[in-house]
Structure formats: C-alpha cells, structure tokens
Design a protein around this ligand. Structure first.
Ligand code: HEM
Length: 457
C-alpha cells in the first residue's frame, strides 16, 4: 500500500482545478444523473429516462474526455465551498479504496447526511474509532470472506421457497415482472435477515423505504424521527426474538464491544438487499439474452433445495453472472470518500476535506483498457479452474462491492441469495417480451431493472 507523504513534503501546489466548462460537464454529465436517479432508493421514472437517453454511457464518455484532456491525475473540481476529485487511473482507485478510513474516509458528509435518516450508528458513517468495533462485528455476523455463510442452508432454503412461489405466480400471470420479483425478494430478505415471523411484515420494509426516500435528499430533508424510532424498534424486536436461521439471531449471539449498537447495523443490510434485487432483475435479462450461459448455469448444479438441511452448491458460473450484472450496471456507481489530511498526487496536492468520487462505470466500461467492457464476460471473475476468484479481478478496478478495508462485508451473502433465486428461476427458460439486450451487440450503458418482463419460454 502506498504510504501517504507527510504534510511537510506534501505541501506543494494544488492539483490544478478543471475549467468552468469542464466542471459543468462533470456536474451535469456525471454527478447530476447519479443524484437524479436516486442514490439511496431509485426513482423509477428517472431510471427509465436514464435508460432511454443511455445516460450512464454518456457519463463514461464524459470522464474519458476529461482524462484525455487533463492527464492521469484525478479530475479536480473546485467550486465555492466544494472541492471534489474524480480518479481516472486504476492505481489511484486502489490507493483511495485501500486508504480507508484514513486518509480516505468512507464517512463523507453526503453519506452521513443520507444514511443518518435510517442508520445513524451504521458502520459506513462511523468515526474511525467506532468503525474499529463495528466493522469486525459486521464481518463476523456476515461471515465476510468465507466461501459460504455458515447459515447458507437455511438462507438458501428460504430464498428457494420464495423463488418457487414467484415462478408459480409468474406463470399464472403470464409474465415475470419487477413487481412480482420485488415482492418475492422482500419476503425472502425479511426471512433471511429478521426471521421467519417477519416474512409478511411489510410495515418494517415500507418504513425503511419511506426513510430512504428522504435519504435521497441527504441532509436537505429533515429526519423523520418518529418513523425512524418505529423502524429501529421493529428491528430490535426481531433481534431480541433471535429466530434460528436468521441474521438477527447472529446479531443477538455475536459478542459486541460497547460502542457497536448491534441492531443498528441491520438497516444497512436490509437497505442493501434492494440493490441485489436490481442486480437479479438485470441478471435474468442477461441470461434470457445468452441461452448458452443459461444452459451452463442449469448444468453446473441441481436446482436449489427448499430443505434447510440440504447441502448448498456454490454455483461459480451463476455467481459470476451476478457479478457481471453488477459490473455492467453497478448499483453503487459512485463510491464516495473524503480526505482526512492533505494528499499528494502527481501534479500537486489536494487539501484535507476534499471529496473523492470513484465513478465505477468509468472503470467497468472503459473499452480502451478492458476488451470485454460491453459484453457479458463471466470469465472475468473465474480462475483457470472455472472457480470464482474470491478476490474479484485483481489487476483491474472492477469494484461493484468496493475494495479495501471498507469493502462490502455482505458480498458473500448477496452472491449466495441472488444465485439461489436465479438458479431456481433458471430451471425453466424465460424470454423477454421486448428484447432489450442482444448477445451480438454491445450491451447498453443503462438497463432499467423495473421494466423487467419475461415470458415463460
Ligand atoms: C448487490 C448488492 C450489494 C452491493 C452491490 C453492495 C455494495 C457495497 C458497496 C459498494 C459498499 C461500499 C460503500 C461505500 O464505500 O460507500 C458496501 C458497503 C457495505 N455493505 Fe454492501 N452491497 C450489497 C449488499 C449488501 C448486503 C445484502 C449486505 C448485508 C447483508 C451488505 C453489507 C454492507 C455493509 C455493512 C457495508 C459497510 C461496510 C463498511 O463501511 O465497512 N451489503 N456494499
């Protein structure tokens, strides 16, 4: 890991800021579309518009042009009261993400303002001192870095049961659509996260949704304290109930240092499971457009079992399709950090409290450096033996789950639950009502997951 130079040696000129015209391009072409689509909960109409205008592909082109014009140092945007840097080199992405929580703090002001609406003591917006206790707690409950979570059996069984019901509903209604997928997914998520008795508790996830809508406005919207109390109270109830086979039970039984606030770690998980549904919707569409890959998925392991005691298959091909869905259409397109000290770059320094925005789509879709940029390429995530490489792609910043000390500790649980859902659905063929993807054409920069409509094949 690169050492940060001392402030004394670092005190040179600033990294030059871009012109007003380029600042406008960056704000209008990259930052605004991310904010308008909703950073914390997506706004379906804005997503549909972004899909029509292929805004994410345009944003990638904007950043590429800025890199060509300004060279390898982060594009530095300076406006009154605001200093932002957008890295354009893979090595700088690594440096920023490896440098959490200091000198690149994940608890940026925008994120603190947003996440305080529903998880004021969550790890992601914690001080470095609180993070030291909360991060290991999250890792421990989520079995971060393990090949399969030790509760994979009950988790997969719950998801497989909901997937079966979903497939029945889709067949009887004539199409697999987003509203059906989303309802089934939340039933499964509540069972896995909170316990069996939460299966039909839509109030708890509806409260979270309402809080997330306000969180889209970050600190500009006042916190709805009554609803937040009610929501956190419900989550605490499930942790106290500690139903076997749920994450809530592990929250209750995992030793926690005094500053951890165990049940207040759960909202991040519930919130983040939504992104897994968007990724699954797009993965279904990828499979429908790539029948050869769908066939490999069916062949790699039998259908998931609905018995919690049955062994769970790892499904490397299907997991890599989910990873591809997240590479092609990252659900966290902007990884935000804030510098805690002066940082030194090639052409100069950036002062303390500079915002850093790693724009994942730029790296995931840069065809000048990644030949597979615009096609489905499961091999990017598989090693020579066809096994999923748990480190992800090491030489290239493919960072759908971020990287370094702030990397998503839920990665394994996400890949387990989504691959179980998809494996159950992939037992039969589905074809798009209106094909939006083609295997022989570059894949679009934006894919609206809410427009899913697959017909039983
Ligand atoms: C498709 C689904 C998901 C994706 C793409 C994803 C991605 C990410 C990313 C990019 C971050 C870093 C955010 C940042 O630095 O600002 C993150 C953080 C985190 N994720 Fe996930 N996540 C997903 C689902 C989940 C789930 C289901 C859980 C838990 C069950 C989870 C738990 C967490 C936690 C606790 C953090 C904060 C880590 C820290 O600050 O140290 N995520 N996730």
């Amino acid at each position: 890991m690169r050492r940060e130079p001392s402030a004394r040696t670092a005190r040179r000129g600033r990294v030059p800021a871009v012109s007003v015209a380029d600042a406008a391009r960056l704000v209008g072409g990259v930052l605004l579309p991310v904010a308008a689509q909703g950073a914390i909960v997506r706004r379906p109409r804005a997503v549909a518009l972004a899909h029509r205008l292929d805004l994410d592909a345009r944003a990638v082109r904007t950043v590429r042009r800025l890199r060509e014009r300004h060279g390898p140092d982060p594009v530095h945007l300076r406006l009154p009261g605001l200093s932002f840097a957008v890295p354009v080199e893979p090595e700088d992405v690594r440096r920023v993400l490896d440098g959490a929580p200091e000198p690149f703090s994940p608890a940026s002001p925008e994120k603190r303002g947003a996440l305080a609406h529903f998880q004021p003591r969550g790890v992601l917006i914690s001080s470095p001192a609180d993070r030291r206790e909360r991060r290991p707690f999250n890792e421990s409950v989520l079995d971060a870095g393990q090949p399969l979570h030790h509760l994979a059996g009950p988790f997969a069984a719950a998801v497989a049961q909901e997937a079966q019901q979903l497939a029945d509903e889709a067949r009887s209604q004539g199409a697999l659509t987003w509203p059906l997928l989303s309802r089934a997914w939340w039933r499964a998520v509540r069972r896995v996260t909170l316990g069996e008795s939460a299966r039909a508790d839509e109030q708890v996830t509806d409260d979270l949704l309402a809080l997330r809508r306000r969180a889209n406005w970050s600190g500009l919207a006042p916190v709805d304290r009554r609803r937040r109390e009610r929501f956190l109270g419900r989550v605490r109830h499930y942790v106290e109930a500690a139903e076997p086979g749920s994450l809530a039970a592990l929250v209750a039984s995992t030793p926690a240092a005094p500053g951890v606030a165990p049940h207040e770690q759960v909202p991040q998980w519930l919130f983040a499971f939504d992104a897994a549904a968007w990724a699954s919707s797009r993965a279904l569409e990828l499979l429908a457009a790539h029948p050869d890959v769908a066939r490999r998925v069916r062949e790699e392991a039998p259908a998931p079992s609905t018995d919690p005691a049955a062994p769970v298959a790892r499904r490397p091909v299907l997991r890599s399709v989910v990873l591809e869905s997240l590479r092609l259409w990252p659900t966290t397109p902007a990884l935000l950090r804030q510098t805690t000290t002066t940082t030194s770059w090639r052409t100069g320094d950036l002062p303390e409290r500079t915002g850093v925005l790693v724009f994942a789509p730029f790296f995931h879709r840069d065809e000048s450096r990644l030949p597979q940029a615009h096609r489905l390429a499961p091999e990017l995530w598989l090693d020579a033996d066809g096994q999923e490489d748990p480190r992800g792609a090491v030489d290239w910043p493919l960072v759908p789950f971020s990287a370094g000390p702030g990397m998503c500790p839920g990665r394994g649980v996400v890949l387990l639950t989504t691959s179980t859902l998809l494996a159950a659905l992939a037992q039969q063929e589905w074809r798009p009502a209106v094909p939006r993807l083609r295997a022989d054409r570059p894949l679009p920069g934006t894919l609206d997951p809410f427009a899913l409509r697959l017909l039983p094949g």
